[in-house]
Design a protein around this ligand. Structure first.
Ligand code: SAH
Length: 337
């Protein structure tokens, strides 16, 4: 279109760079292009930038951003600093359509999918925050914020392509440092494998006993564990990348020997490592973190079977920024059911 209007092709590249690398929020900021062209762009296009409506800092350094979208909706993005890396936890949807009974985001109605730009912008925003607050660029990205990334498939894939494209067309990040987390939608896991993005995959498993899983993650009754395993096997065969299983251990829910055995059986079917995640209370008494001895029993049994297991400490709990706590809680939100 620019060329049709008599502009040189490199103008498009400049505009692209202003939008994606320099993060311009208005056409007027694009000082390397002519005033006429800037006016033409303002007359024909809009930029819908995201903005930080509010941010909270945890005592452990974690920062939770309430990100305001152009239509007034709000999602949350979290910056998680460790000694030598900064991880961005980004959202893929406004709210979530899945109904995991232990997750605060599930209490929010799914309003809409985020656009490609809204996803990339969250990453750019946290990168800027990391540079200004921690003097280093963002190093890792996890799609573990609000929403189910594989139910916003096209935009998430396109966003990953932008994030990993070299400068100036993209943010130049390595796909190896990106993890897509899913609650487990077999067809979409296979589709993601076909995209050949070279990102990591995490599955929120929580229990390898089908009946229990359907109780705490009711949507999953449409997706038998057998199909999930097949899709993970497909993923591994295509990508050669080991899958991370996310697993919370709750008192009286999945704290028996039988639960441990079921998990080990699951792990024998496909190359995985297990992340035991600390449960973050969302105020429902039904769910309580199991005793430390149970976690130890899990670790011992997994290690005995040669399965890599890590215990993931929660970050940002004091500001409701930890896993499963993203629910726009600090504001009057119209989307709470
Ligand atoms: N829908 C995707 C992306 C969200 S990731 C998925 O489920 O994987 C959010 C992670 O936090 C998931 O592993 C989820 O199971 C976990 N989670 C949800 N509620 C939690 C809670 N209260 N405490 C700890 N982790 C929780």
């Amino acid at each position: 279109m620019l060329v049709e209007k008599g502009e040189k092709p490199f103008r498009a590249k400049q505009i692209y760079e202003w939008l994606w690398t320099k993060n311009a929020h208005t056409f007027d900021e694009m000082t390397s292009i002519s005033k006429e062209l800037r006016n033409m762009l303002s007359d024909n296009f809009v930029i819908n930038p995201i903005s930080i409506e509010e941010h909270q800092k945890s005592s452990d350094g974690t920062i939770k951003n309430a990100v305001q979208l152009f239509d007034g909706n709000v999602v949350e993005s979290v910056l998680i600093p460790t000694e030598n890396r900064t991880t961005a936890c980004v959202s893929s949807q406004v709210g979530c359509s899945l109904n995991c009974s232990f997750c605060a985001t599930a209490k929010l109605k799914r309003m809409r999918n985020l656009s490609v730009a809204e996803i990339v912008d969250q990453v750019a925003l946290i990168d800027r925050q990391s540079r200004s607050d921690f003097n280093r660029p963002l190093s890792n990205i996890v799609f573990m914020g609000m929403g189910e990334p594989l139910l916003n498939f096209a935009n998430v894939v396109e966003a990953i392509r932008k994030i990993t494209a070299p400068h100036p067309n993209g943010l130049g990040m390595s796909p190896k440092r990106i993890t897509v987390s899913t609650s487990g939608i077999p067809k979409m896991i296979e589709k993601l494998a076909d995209e050949d993005l070279r990102v990591g995959l995490a599955l929120s498993l929580h229990t390898a006993i089908e009946k229990k899983r359907n109780e705490i993650m009711p949507f999953s009754d449409k997706f038998p564990l057998e199909d999930i395993i097949k899709s993970l096997q497909y993923w591994y065969q295509k990508t050669r990348s080991r899958i991370t299983l996310e697993y919370i251990i709750w008192k009286d829910i999945n704290d028996t020997q039988k639960d441990i055995e079921a998990l080990i059986d699951f792990c024998k079917k496909v190359p995985v490592k297990v992340n035991l995640i600390e449960y973050n209370s969302i105020g429902d008494e039904h769910f309580q973190q199991a005793a430390p001895e149970v976690t130890n029993a899990y670790i011992q049994a997994l290690e005995k079977n040669g399965i890599v297991v890590n215990v993931r400490r929660s970050r940002g709990k004091d500001i409701d920024a930890a896993c499963g706590q993203l629910a726009n809680k600090n504001k009057l939100n119209p989307i709470i059911n």
